[in-house]
Structure formats: structure tokens, C-alpha cells
Design a protein around this ligand. Structure first.
Ligand code: PEP
Ligand code: MN
Length: 337
């Protein structure tokens, strides 16, 4: 249930409504926008008398939410969430640019990419130190050493670090190095991990599971928000379909769908979505045209030598070209990049 307070509602009125809802066994999540406060009451609304709440002083409206997700819903918070990470932002007018190697492999590789990302005006250096590889025999990442390389490369160029955390036990370590915690597609429904990053102070980038519906994805985000962390950005990275030409099928329609249903910003990853380097640029431009709040792309100084995902990685020259062309599209849709 959502309780919309009247624009001039006082703090005492908000407190009164909150305690009445809590007495009914509901947990209350408050969202105070510029104009009004909205209270999201989560729990079993079975015995709740909606009219009783509606009559309380300062209440403008009581809305029953029929979708299963609550805190991520735009009904709960009409304004898009803007996540601020250092100088970078996700969800604002400027489209966030996140780029870097699939895996952190060496200092030289990572610093080279970081320099290019910064030169292109990007805000985030991405890179995996713990890799969720399909085969246990392929490169699994450099672990903590990889995190340290990422941190230093990002600091040298004024970038924020976004990197994947694979399991609950790694959260404290990854938090020490990263500015944003990535939950990978394979972990989208790892509920203990979602709750753990929900208790973190660091923003979360939640990738869509490869066979997840939009509703399942938003419910995964709901786990994070309901654990206390409201700083969540979603990342569309393609879903599995019958099509085999591309690695996944980029579901670009999820951008306007998510933006209608939820206040969380949405980033598009055309690299994992296509698996093909020459398809990354066109799909990145399409994502910008569709209204994405950010782009995440894999970049490697020598893609042919990459230890993971070389086939979809852009070299520095192609990355720079991609950004230039995306910038032109951004302008036509009233955004900057
Ligand atoms: C990644 O971004 O490095 C990654 C493993 O992506 P995904 O979880 O989308 O497969
Ligand atoms: Mn990858």
C-alpha cells in the first residue's frame, strides 16, 4: 500500500501515519520528494482498513499497489532515482558511461583502458576480478589483486569502480575497493547475496538474469531495496532466446518498460547482449535512442589477447568511435554523454 501525503503535511502527521501502519504490522519505507512525502507500507495488508488511513490528517490518498514489487515502483517514487558515485551519476540527464575489460588481467591493460575511458568522458571503470565463468577451467579472475589494480587505475584517472561480487563472503572485500557492486546475470536471483548488498552503503548494479522476466528482475531489485539500500541501477544485458547468431538477444524494449514501472535507472550492456564486437556500436546507439540511462561496454587494448570475452570487446579506437557516435544520438534525444 502507498500512502501519499498532502504537499503541506507536517512531520508529526507523517509520524502518526507511520506509527499507525507499523501497528498494523506493516514496515514503512519513506520517500520524501521535493513536493510531497510518500509512505510505502510493505507486508500483508490483510486486516488494514484503507479508509481509516485515508481519514488521517495530512493524508492525500491511499493507493493499493497491484504489482508485486513495491519499493522499486514508480507509484512509490515518481522521480527517477539518481545515483551519485563520486563525480559520476546514473539516472540524471547525462548518460553514464561504464567501460573497461571483461576481466582485469594486468596493470598495463587496466591502466591503458582507464586512460581511454577517462579521455572519452566516462565516469566508471568496469572490470571483473572475480569472474563467473561457465567453465571451471577458464580464467577465473585475479581476485583481490585485480580489485587493487582497478582501484589504482580508476583513482589515477578520476573514475569510479564498478565490479562484480560473486558471493556473500566477498562483499566486505569488494566493498573496500569498489564504488559500485555489480550483481551478475547468473546471480540475479541469489537472494542471500541480494540481501547482503542490500545492507551495503555502496550502490548496486543489478544485471538482468539471462532468462529473467522484467517482473522477476524488478523483484530481485526489491530484495535490495527492502534490505535498506535504495541505490540500485538495473542493467539490461540481453536474454536467452532461440536466436543463436548473437550471444543473447538484447531486449531493448525493457528500457521503456522498466522506466514506466520503476524509478530505478537502467543501463544497457550491448557487449554481453550481442557477444559480437561489430554489433556493439549499433546496439549502443540504439540503447541511447531508446532512453537508456547508461551504457556498459567491454574494452580491451588487444581484444584478440583477452583472457575472457575478447570476441565482444572493443579495442580503444573502436571504443572511442562508439562514444563519438553515441554522443550524436544522445543529443537528438535531449541527453548528454
Ligand atoms: C560482466 O559484466 O562481466 C558479466 C559477467 O556479465 P553478465 O553477468 O551480464 O554475464
Ligand atoms: Mn564479460
Amino acid at each position: 500500500m502507498i500512502v501519499v501525503m498532502a504537499p503541506g503535511a507536517g512531520e508529526d502527521q507523517i509520524k502518526e501515519v507511520t506509527s499507525r501502519l507499523e501497528l498494523m504490522g506493516l514496515s514503512v519505507h519513506r520517500s520524501s520528494g521535493e513536493e510531497r512525502t510518500v509512505l510505502g507500507a510493505v507486508g500483508d495488508p490483510g486486516g488494514v482498513d484503507f479508509e481509516d488511513i485515508r481519514r488521517l490528517p495530512g493524508v492525500r490518498d491511499v493507493v493499493k499497489i497491484t504489482v508485486p514489487f513495491k519499493l522499486v515502483s514508480r507509484v512509490f517514487q515518481p522521480e527517477t532515482t539518481v545515483i551519485k558515485v563520486g563525480k559520476a551519476e546514473i539516472g540524471g540527464q547525462r548518460i553514464a558511461l561504464m567501460a573497461g575489460p571483461c576481466s582485469v588481467e594486468s596493470e598495463e591493460q587496466t591502466f591503458q583502458v582507464a586512460e581511454s575511458v577517462a579521455r572519452q568522458g566516462g565516469g566508471f571503470l568496469r572490470g571483473g576480478a572475480f569472474k563467473p565463468r561457465t567453465s571451471p577451467y577458464t580464467f577465473q579472475g585475479l581476485g583481490e589483486e585485480g580489485l587493487s589494480i582497478l582501484r589504482r587505475a580508476a583513482d589515477q584517472h578520476g573514475l569510479a569502480v564498478v565490479t562484480e561480487v560473486l558471493d556473500v563472503s566477498q562483499v566486505p572485500m569488494v566493498e573496500r575497493y569498489a564504488d559500485m557492486l555489480q550483481i551478475g546475470a547468473r546471480n540475479m536471483q541469489n537472494f542471500p547475496l541480494l540481501r547482503e548488498v542490500g545492507r551495503s552503503k555502496k550502490p548496486v548494479l543489478l544485471k538482468r538474469g539471462m532468462s529473467a522476466t522484467i517482473e522477476e528482475w524488478l523483484l530481485a531489485a526489491e530484495y535490495v531495496l527492502s534490505s535498506g539500500n535504495r541505490q540500485v541501477a538495473l542493467c539490461e544485458r540481453g536474454i536467452r532466446t532461440f536466436e543463436t547468431y548473437t550471444r543473447n538477444t538484447l531486449d531493448l524494449s525493457s528500457v521503456p518498460v522498466v522506466q514506466q514501472l520503476s524509478h530505478l535507472p537502467i543501463v544497457v550492456d550491448p557487449s554481453h547482449a550481442t557477444g559480437l564486437r561489430d554489433k556493439v556500436g549499433p546496439m549502443a546507439r540504439a540503447a541511447v535512442a531508446a532512453g537508456a540511462d547508461g551504457l556498459m561496454v567491454e574494452v580491451h587494448p588487444q581484444p584478440e589477447r583477452a583472457l575472457s570475452d575478447g570476441a565482444q570487446s572493443l579495442d580503444l579506437a573502436h571504443f572511442e568511435d562508439m562514444v563519438r557516435r553515441c554522443r550524436a544520438v544522445a543529443e537528438t534525444v535531449g541527453r548528454t554523454l
